[in-house]
Design a protein around this ligand. Sequence first.
Ligand SMILES: CC(C)(COP(=O)(O)OP(=O)(O)OC[C@H]1O[C@@H](n2cnc3c(N)ncnc32)[C@H](O)[C@@H]1OP(=O)(O)O)[C@@H](O)C(=O)NCCC(=O)NCCS
Length: 327
Amino acid sequence: MAELELLNQIRTKASERKKTVVLPESHDERVLRAAEILVKENVAKVVTIGEEEKVRSDAEGYGLDLTGIRIIDPAKSELLSDFSNVFFNLRKHKGITIEQARETMQRDLFFGAMMVREGHADGFVAGSVASTGDVLRAAIQCVGMPEGISIVSSFFLMIYPEITYSFADCAVVPDPDASQLADIAISTAVNHSKLTGEEAYVAMLSFSTKGSAKHELIDKVIEATNIIKEKRPDIKVDGELQFDAAIIDAIGKKKSPGSEVAGRANVLVFPDLNAGNIGYKIAQRLGGAEAVGPVVQGLKKPLFDLSRGCSVDDIVNTSAISCLMAE
Ligand SMILES: CC(C)(COP(=O)(O)OP(=O)(O)OC[C@H]1O[C@@H](n2cnc3c(N)ncnc32)[C@H](O)[C@@H]1OP(=O)(O)O)[C@@H](O)C(=O)NCCC(=O)NCCS
């Protein structure tokens, strides 16, 4: 499915769900432009965080109409006191005081993340200004992971005219152990199906296919594959597989005979962040794929990180994805 078609489909599906997205970085012009589009095109309801007067005068300066967009100033919000108590209880084992919790909750990213935790918004999109680390820390500390998931990770939708792959993890976890790698694969398989509507065929990538080489780096991939089979027997997975055996039918048949996945994988799980980050950039820059993401996963709720070079469209699309991934 080509990029535009898939993204239009995602925006349309999102608008049917009538979800609320919080965009905390109201001081960024791109964010306010995206907020206007989301509301005008009925993709989602929008909350932004900041000093109301400043946000409104910025918007006026950009010629934007913020009708229908809620602006919340954490310092003046009636939610601040509840949010501070919730955050204090979440982090008191780390030695945080209630005053520190109140200070943290006045930061845009943390207040926005807490809105999602507490059900005042369904999705969160930030990172056009803040770094990946800052966005993820707010998400991990406020929202955390559901039972059974050990790690927050990410994937990219890699869109070619004929097929869409999901590549993981290319942006968050530097060196996952076998059980974390298994969780990355499971989350990506579930989200690939949610976003593309297609069944996931998961390849656990390595420089070896089914014992063609031996090394401790390969052992991690084999162990992760076994963990997935045990934890989620419903997911179609094969490993360890080389990239060509994963996606080229003839090579998959030859190198992993009888496999339901080899040769037709659409979820490609890299063994670590070196491989994943280099791999997705090669597919994007030399292979001509449109890369959408990173889509952050493994959190209880959909909180997403943008690249600081993102466009207004990227913010709108990521917001729409967050609506689809919300319960
Ligand atoms: C996720 C990230 C922000 C965590 O960094 P950090 O805060 O320095 O991590 P620490 O190891 O000090 O751990 C801090 C806490 O977060 C938790 N944590 C760290 N990474 C985690 C992850 N991926 N999933 C879940 N929890 C995680 C730790 O368990 C710890 O929890 P605690 O405070 O309750 O004890 C960091 O791995 C990161 O910045 N990743 C992005 C890499 C990057 O730059 N990518 C850009 C390429 S596109």
